[in-house]
Design a protein around this ligand. Structure first.
Ligand code: NAG
Ligand code: NAG
Ligand code: NAG
Ligand code: NAG
Ligand code: NAG
Ligand code: NAG
Length: 545
């Protein structure tokens, strides 16, 4: 950690305390429903937006059982998904679960015994006694049932063919025609799972195939088989969204710029993308090697060209994997994540975080392997890092979209580093960061003033006396420019001095000298990153008049 990290630490300390007092915004309760698309949005039968705020839950490793069932009862895990604010699970399956009967009819106990996972068997016996002697496919359905009972939507994701960890570049599971990815068998598997899903109205979508890649990936074959796969799923189950992933580990859908998919049905096609610190990068340390404003702008523009452009073609985009090492010790990950939160919030994307676990029964030959990217701790008993969950909770509810026009359009000022928004506890309190649910509503005027949206005669604005001074609401027509390559610094000129919006101490807003706008790679500017989120929601200021 550089000096920037040290300067920020008081922010994080305050934050941990705030977590327990702040209201966590939960998505609107979702009952089972048929979803479809309406331009770039996913909507319900009434045409109202449903934002997928999912978490990845794996059931594709060698044991072919939803991870964690040796630690907690399945219903407790489903309930904890809900209580953490997620409304949906991207639930993975290996192709052979659907196509190899000798494998799917073996009991959980038999599979675990063969793998030598004796402690795990004991754990499943005590936490999930009704599952341990079920055939593997029935155990998969038991988890779907539990998610249904807890009102959690599900995306079924064909993650790999052979049970195991995904995704090595060329491991026989990489692309159509590979040793373990026979297109005919794959479509059989899709048909089987789509049919199975007709019994679970909480299954709202199917991801056709995870992270296509490898030396044999090919655009023409992509169209051929993805279209056939989509038709297969839709024919077996017309209710589910059909979710298509791209090439290069699901980072590249750029070929769709010139040629759209051609399927016989409409309003059901969604595209997905994955975005990790290294996935769109040229190096393993891209985020610490350059100035963060510049790296964030460069990578975001690349992701725009390879996948995010699709929302302009009228398709929803599902960010179906992203995540970071939650110990916070990987600075490259930490910097990337602040930039990612910016894009995800700004575009109000549907998403699935990686991941729920905890730990793996068995991964890479290691029993009980930890997952530092998991939202739950090693024992699956609690949240691994509550600061991290607080940041995610900011993007769980939708900001706008069909059916969410509770009020006219305005902006809320979002701070990706903390996942908080600018709030004011009372009309006389200082401006600070807090739960986005209590956000102050602003209008960013053509003259670049940030005007308070209130039905008062007198207009009031975000203003400051300059570097080192507080930022307040008043009568001065301060102009705020969005500067730097990332356009996330909000800067103003006071008496010839430039100042940027920043936070200090108890998360109060302050104006400071603008921090490493360009060039400097060692300094992290993200405490000064703010975005003006467009919203049509009523973000009631619960504590003020
Ligand atoms: C089906 O699964 C069994 C048990 O793991 C395995 O021995 C067999 O090779 C598999 N069959 C095919 C066709 O993959
Ligand atoms: C994306 O895939 C297309 C088609 O294979 C390829 O031409 C293009 O170079 C790729 N783009 C990136 C950024 O990798
Ligand atoms: C789409 O597919 C149909 C049926 O295969 C075909 O008749 C039609 O020409 C295709 N359209 C385009 C634009 O490729
Ligand atoms: C949680 O993440 C933050 C950075 O986001 C880090 O500073 C902190 O140490 C982490 N806490 C734990 C318990 O890993
Ligand atoms: C996990 O459980 C084990 C055994 O019950 C215990 O020793 C350990 O302290 C727990 N770890 C955490 C992080 O809760
Ligand atoms: C508002 O404007 C007045 C007059 O220019 C100036 O004296 C004062 O410092 C400004 N106050 C703030 C908080 O910007």
């Amino acid at each position: 950690m550089g000096s920037a990290g040290l300067k920020l630490s008081p922010v994080f300390k305050t934050f941990a305390v705030l977590l327990f007092t702040a209201l966590i915004v939960t998505p609107r309760p979702v009952t089972a429903q048929k979803l479809h698309t309406s331009s770039r949005w996913i909507v319900d039968e009434g045409g109202n937006r449903v934002k997928l705020a999912c978490i990845n839950w794996l059931s594709n490793l060698q044991p072919i059982l939803a991870e964690g069932l040796h630690r907690r009862p399945v219903d407790a895990l489903s309930a904890s998904i809900k209580s953490m604010g997620f409304n949906c699970v991207r639930f993975t399956w290996p192709l052979y679960l659907a196509t190899n009967e000798s494998l799917s009819t073996r009991t959980v106990r038999q599979t675990f015994q063969e793998l030598g996972l004796h402690d795990a068997i004991a754990g499943i016996e005590s936490n999930n006694p009704s599952i341990v002697d079920l055939p593997t496919i029935e155990a998969y359905k038991a988890v779907l049932t539990s998610l249904r009972n807890n009102n959690v939507m599900v995306i079924l994701d064909n993650h790999i063919s052979t049970p195991g960890m995904c995704c090595i570049y060329d491991d026989g599971n990489s692309f159509f025609g590979d040793r373990y990815l026979d297109p005919v068998q794959w479509m059989e598997g899709l048909r089987f799972m789509a049919t199975l899903a007709t019994g679970f109205e909480n299954v709202v979508g199917m991801s056709l195939r995870n992270e296509l890649r490898g030396p044999r990936q090919n655009v023409d074959l992509w169209y051929k088989y993805m279209q056939q796969g989509a038709e297969t799923v839709h024919a077996a189950n017309p209710n589910v969204l059909v979710i298509l992933s791209g090439l290069d580990y699901d980072t590249n859908l750029s070929f769709l710029q010139n040629r759209q998919v051609n399927v016989t049905f409409t309003k059901k096609v969604v595209f997905e993308l994955h975005w990790y610190a290294v996935s769109s990068s040229n190096s393993l340390s891209e985020w610490v090697n350059g100035n963060l404003n510049e790296v964030c702008a460069r990578v975001s523009s690349k992701v725009e060209q390879t996948s995010i452009f699709l929302r302009r073609q009228g398709f929803p985009l599902f960010l179906s994997e992203f995540g970071v090492d939650q110990t916070g010790t990987d600075e490259n990950d930490a910097r990337f994540f602040t930039c990612l939160l910016r894009t995800t919030a700004m575009l109000d994307l549907d998403f699935a975080l990686w991941g729920l676990l905890g730990s793996y029964y068995l991964r890479d030959g290691i029993i009980d392997r930890d997952e530092s990217y998991g939202i739950l701790n090693h024992n699956w008993t609690g949240v691994r890092n509550s600061t991290f969950l607080q940041r995610i909770s900011a993007i769980q509810p939708p900001f706008r979209g069909p059916g969410l026009k509770e009020t006219g359009q305005h902006n809320i000022i979002f701070h990706p580093l903390t996942g908080m928004c600018v709030i004011r506890e009372s009309p006389t309190s200082p401006l600070k960061l807090g739960s986005c649910k209590q956000s102050v509503n602003w209008i960013y005027t053509p003259r670049k003033n940030l005007m308070l949206k209130k039905k008062k005669m007198t207009r009031r604005y975000l203003q400051t006396d300059g570097p080192g001074k507080a930022v307040t609401i008043g009568l001065n027509l301060t102009t705020w420019e969005r500067i730097s390559a990332s356009r996330m610094h909000l800067a103003t000129n006071v008496g010839g001095k430039r100042a940027c919006l920043d936070v200090e101490g108890q998360l109060e807003l302050v104006a400071r000298d603008c921090k490493c706008l360009s060039g400097d790679a060692s300094c992290d500017p993200s405490s000064q990153w703010f975005i003006l989120l467009s919203s049509t929601r009523l973000w009631r200021n619960l504590r003020s008049n």
